[in-house]
Design a protein around this ligand. Structure first.
Ligand code: MN
Length: 189
């Protein structure tokens, strides 16, 4: 098992302990099965990014908590893209790199995401008040918002409420790279 699985496992166990939640309770809150949560804690299974989002949402924790142990502890930090690899084979076409992990003062986290050719990733709704800003830095891709796929070209951006089902896809034959800035309002303060 790689460090990322270990980090996810330890984070999940720590959050569950902090809340005083049983596996049953955690399953209820996250919508992820008790069996799967147990496997993740024992490092027997690697969660998909979609599953990780469900877990983060259920625990009311920022997504980047699960994929990096870097804490944004200063106003100036150097981005660390390249350190985190896809954690599950199902996400082979979607690579998520925490650029700036969750910042408790700013209530935001910033990811660099690579969508390889043919990538399609659906996201379940995040908590109310969560806003995403997708900005294309390379290539072209599409974002599903309000049931419609909107095409974004290099240099274009889209801001949308992420408390609804949404998705990201790349139907071109080249890699697309985006920045995803996720703003959580004041929900964790
Ligand atoms: Mn999302």
């Amino acid at each position: 098992m790689t460090d990322i699985y270990k980090h996810i496992s330890q984070t999940l166990k720590a959050l569950r302990k902090e809340r005083g939640w049983s596996l049953d309770r955690a399953a209820q809150e996250t919508g992820v099965s008790k069996a799967m949560l147990g496997q993740i804690e024992r490092e027997e299974s690697s969660p998909t990014i979609a599953t990780l989002w469900k877990i983060a949402g259920g625990f009311n924790a920022p997504f980047s908590t699960f994929i990096t142990d870097l804490r944004a502890d200063a106003a100036v930090s150097i981005h660390s893209s390249g350190k985190t690899k896809a954690v599950h084979p199902a996400d082979a076409k979607l690579k998520v790199f925490p650029l700036f992990p969750y910042d408790e003062t700013l209530h935001l986290e910033i990811f660099l995401i690579e969508l390889l050719a043919g990538c399609e990733h659906m996201s379940s709704p995040h908590k109310p008040g969560v806003i995403e800003h997708v900005i294309v830095v390379l290539g072209s891709m599409e974002v599903l918002v309000d049931g419609t796929w909107k095409t974004l070209h290099q240099g274009e951006g889209l801001r949308f409420s992420a408390s609804q089902p949404h998705g990201y896809r790349n139907r071109t034959e080249d890699v697309a790279v985006i920045h995803d800035i996720i703003h959580y309002g004041s929900m964790y303060s």
